[in-house]
Design a protein around this ligand. Structure first.
Ligand SMILES: Cc1ncc(C[n+]2csc(CCOP(=O)(O)OP(=O)(O)O)c2C)c(N)n1
Length: 678
């Protein structure tokens, strides 16, 4: 550590607060000796260490106990060394931080700043005061944990001696998040400031999953004693970074002896499919394309409609990326004959959306999990395999003549870049006796493999026209039915054209999207205009725990990272759960502006998803009260209250409004839909 403007630690002593006093949180100025109070010294070291180790974004919620951090962050931001985001609501603020960090993880650092450098991933940090303010983070903490998103919580606390005394805003903050954090430490007041950088470096490494391969939430609980205000200006020292390993994804899992690694490369029979769950990434599309296997990619997998698979279309004579694979597998708990033939499933990411996928994974004789995280998804049965994505891609890269040691990203680019594509594909070779990749034999696109792919492609298209009420017809205004499927397919189409991120809420929204994403052609709604397909849309969903909470706040974080407006598709209960994140004061940027957002709410007055579950058989009154929870809500008044534009759609012709959003404003579009079956 090379602190330049370090001052001597002078721990301040706090008086126990009077129990029951109205305002116990009074701060006092330090004696004007020139030295900063201990709280500010610690906060200064925290902020300097964040900067030194690559943290650029900090979400700050207002409070007094966290004031030392606020003062230090303000000084750092004034010096142009860090960005703060102010959120008055910690629950929404934590989801906003999750969105910022998830987008940085999946899209690369500093998109909004236009940086193209591949920088080391750093967690987004969150600062809040003590008490319930910390507890409010819990939903987003769990979501981050289960979707491997790095977050660094810097919770302010009162000195430990005030715990269990009834002191105001004081509770047991260490351990508050139970088993969720990947790393946690309680820093009592009086902790030597000089030791703070080492702690912060550990916290950042923990959140990133550096060496552990388990990214998630690190929690640093910081007890501050009064005084909490700085003595004059704060200077943030320039510290050297802790020299943490650059890659959060080392080559192998930490305990390879526990993992059946097979031969370290993918060996699959013809009757196999690739399943890409949330966060799988384009690598799943790449693998499916290379292996010529049907790809069942959830909308937020990052593998759907990626275009990589299209490059292999001529090779396999069919597009591996399936549309309505749920119907092809079999709805209503019964597998189709085709699905029964599946012997092996190759699983990437976190599949959660449909019972057909769960049934298929259970039915297959073998599951091959391809992952880079220690917390892989799926419970292994004897004979199953876990392979690291790094290993699998390395073997594929080898067969394509891409130099070893390239990053995952480079491997993918190599297949789609100007010198890649078909040339790269024709370098790929398969051994006659197995489907493993080898360097020296000729490419064999076997007829039975093509048949398998075509059979899945046809089965997955079969149900689509009905869902989209005539997808093969031009998208004119003559449609008579306003359906969830049409709305979802249009939003996907829009997102793929203009590249603005699309965030899809839990419940029916993501499931309907799963069936129809990419199913619409290139014709613009209400016109004869044909627009060429864009790149794969950027689609996110909170599928770690699939909550209906925090969707709008997460979307705002994603938009802030990208520096653009975002589209959101949610059901009415999901909207209401997080409506406060549309307040005009939520997460303002340095320019004082909120993230532009088009929020498309399909309003069927309650939780329609339950109408498709076994609970529909419950007595009507019970169902309505305990499951549907019908809400009558005036979206127009709400839009006016939060300064958003309001649009209402009640028939298909009005859907052209969906495509008119300018990407600059906040708009609530209420789409009035009938209750399922009515
Ligand atoms: C935080 C949270 N609370 C409760 C649930 C359980 N839940 C799942 S879907 C759902 C209803 C969602 O209704 P809506 O947003 O209107 O979507 P719809 O299915 O009607 O389109 C509920 C309450 C959940 N997933 N997350």
């Amino acid at each position: 550590m090379t602190g330049r403007s370090q001052t001597v630690n002078q721990p301040a002593v706090d008086e126990p607060q009077k129990v029951g006093a109205e305002v116990e949180d009074k701060t006092t100025q330090a004696e004007n000796t020139g030295a900063q109070p201990a709280s500010v010294q610690v906060a200064t070291q925290v902020v300097a260490s964040l900067i030194a180790n690559g943290v650029t974004e900090v979400v700050v919620c207002p409070g007094s106990r966290s004031a030392p951090l606020a003062y230090a962050l303000a000084a750092a931001e004034k010096a142009g060394r860090i960005n703060t985001h102010i959120c008055t609501d910690e629950r929404g603020g934590a989801f906003y931080a999750l969105g910022l960090s998830r987008a940085a993880r999946d899209l690369g650092q500093n998109q909004a700043n236009g940086s193209t450098e591949s920088e080391q991933q750093a967690p987004v940090a969150l600062v809040m005061t003590s008490g319930t303010a910390v507890a409010n983070l819990h939903p987003a903490v769990l979501e981050a944990t289960h979707s491997q998103v790095p977050l660094l919580i810097l919770s302010a606390d009162r000195p430990a001696y005030l715990r269990e005394t009834g002191a105001n805003q004081t509770t047991q903050q260490p351990g508050l998040f139970g088993a969720a954090p990947v790393w946690e430490f309680d820093v009592d007041a009086g902790y030597p400031p000089a030791q703070i950088p080492a702690l912060v470096a550990r916290a950042i490494a923990g959140a990133n999953g550096t060496l552990s391969n388990q990214p998630g939430v690190a929690h640093l609980n910081l007890c501050f004693d009064t005084p909490l205000v700085p003595n004059g200006e704060i200077t943030i020292p320039e510290l050297a970074s802790a020299g943490l390993p650059a890659s959060p994804q080392p080559f192998t899992l930490p305990r390879p002896m526990l993992v059946n690694r097979g031969r370290g490369r993918l060996t699959v029979p013809t009757n196999a499919v690739v399943i890409a769950g949330d966060g799988a990434g384009p690598e799943a599309a790449y693998l499916a394309a290379k292996l010529g296997l049907p790809l069942m990619a959830e909308p937020s997998s990052g593998a759907r409609g990626h275009g990589l698979e299209a490059e292999y279309r001529t090779l396999w004579d069919a597009d591996p990326c399936l549309s309505d694979y749920q119907s092809a597998i079999g709805l209503g708990g019964k597998l189709t004959e085709l699905a029964k033939k599946v012997e092996t499933v190759v699983v990437l990411g976190h599949p959660t959306l449909s019972r057909p996928i769960t049934a298929l994974m259970a039915h297959a004789q073998k599951r091959i999990v391809v992952t880079n995280w220690a917390t892989w998804n799926g419970s292994l049965q004897p004979g199953d395999e876990v392979l690291t994505l790094t290993e699998v891609l390395a073997s594929v890269a080898g067969s394509m003549g891409v130099a070893g040691g390239e990053t995952t990203h480079d491997v993918v680019k190599a297949s789609g870049g100007a010198s890649g594509g078909d040339a790269a594909a024709s370098d790929t070779s398969y051994n006659d006796s197995s489907e493993s990749m080898h360097n020296d034999s000729l490419l064999v696109a076997r007829p039975e493999k093509r048949e398998w792919l075509v059979a899945w492609q046809q089965a997955s298209l079969a149900a689509l026209p009905r869902q989209l009420c005539g997808v093969s017809e031009p998208l004119t205004q003559d449609r008579t039915e306003l359906t969830r499927e049409l709305v979802a397919a249009l939003l996907w189409q829009q997102a793929s054209w203009d590249g603005l991120p699309l965030i899809v809420g839990a419940s029916s929204a993501i499931r309907v999207m799963d069936r129809v994403a990419g199913a619409l052609g290139q014709q613009k709604l209400g016109t004869q205009e044909i627009i060429p397909a864009g790149p794969a849309p950027i689609v996110f969903a909170n599928r770690g725990l699939a909550g209906i909470d925090g969707t709008l706040a997460t979307a705002a974080g994603i938009g802030r990272h990208v520096g653009a407006g975002v589209r959101v598709l949610v059901g009415d209960l999901t909207f209401l759960h997080d409506a406060m994140s549309l307040l005009p004061t939520f997460a303002l940027g340095q320019d004082g502006q909120r993230v532009p957002m088009q929020v498309v709410v399909w309003n069927d007055e309650g939780g329609a998803i339950f109408a498709g579950l076994e609970h529909q058989q419950a007595p009507a009154e019970l169902f309505d009260r305990y499951f549907r929870t019908k809400q009558r809500f005036n979206y127009q008044h709400f839009a006016a209250a939060v300064g958003a534009k309001y649009e209402k759609v009640t028939n298909p012709a009005e859907l052209t409004r969906l495509t008119n959003w300018d990407g600059q404003t906040t708009e609530i579009m209420e789409i009035v839909l009938p209750w399922p079956g009515e």
